[in-house]
Design a protein around this ligand. Structure first.
Ligand code: AR6
Length: 166
């Protein structure tokens, strides 16, 4: 049910991909830039109707020119040392994204906040894995597959380590 893949999330044939966005929801660099480039200008036009989102929140749009039917735009926290609610805000991103995809069968996540926003990768991965496992176990959704899409081999190794049975 949980898979780890390495590559470009914009290429994945899943019902929804999650975007690591910022509060404007109007695009940026990193995975956000890649998703907007691949989805086409129709995605930005739809995002302009959303009125942004607060850190820890998520909003859903269509996928436009992406293989994925939907994009869930989640706003992760900027890492400020760990004492500013970063863990809870990141956990909230995963929960909100999963809730917005609970009518779908498959969703793929990037490593939210671990790029430009500088959240430590292993700490972020433990939160991501915990929230996904809890959500899947709680039921009340139609998800059959959750993909963690890693951009680097180093990130992939962290996900595989965190997901490995004890
Ligand atoms: N597919 C999968 N993962 C990717 C891709 C891709 N095509 N491109 C980058 N990554 P970041 P953040 C990985 O910086 O830290 C933007 O400007 C990347 O290697 O994209 O949440 C937004 O607009 C890293 O592992 O997101 C915000 O302002 C992960 O995606 C801000 O950056 C997240 O890195 C958000 O920062």
């Amino acid at each position: 049910m949980i898979e780890v893949v390495r590559g470009d999330i914009t290429k994945l044939d899943v019902d929804a991909i999650v975007n690591a966005a910022n509060e404007s929801l109007l695009g940026g660099g990193g995975v956000d830039g890649a998703i907007h480039r691949a989805a086409g200008p129709e995605l930005l036009a739809e995002c302009e109707t959303l009125g942004g989102a607060k850190t820890g929140q998520a909003k859903r749009t269509r996928g436009h020119r992406l293989p994925a039917r939907y994009v869930v735009h989640a706003v992760g926290p900027v890492w400020r040392g760990g004492g500013h609610g970063e863990d809870d805000l990141l956990a909230s991103c995963y929960r909100e994204s999963l809730r917005l995809a609970s009518d779908l069968r498959s969703i793929a996540f990037p490593a939210i906040s671990t790029g430009v926003f500088a959240f430590p990768i292993e700490r972020a991965t433990r939160i991501a894995v915990r929230e996904v496992k809890r959500f899947l176990a709680a039921g009340g959704h139609s998800l059959e597959k959750v993909v963690f899409c890693c951009f680097s081999a180093a990130d992939e190794a962290v996900y595989r380590k965190v997901l490995a049975p004890e």
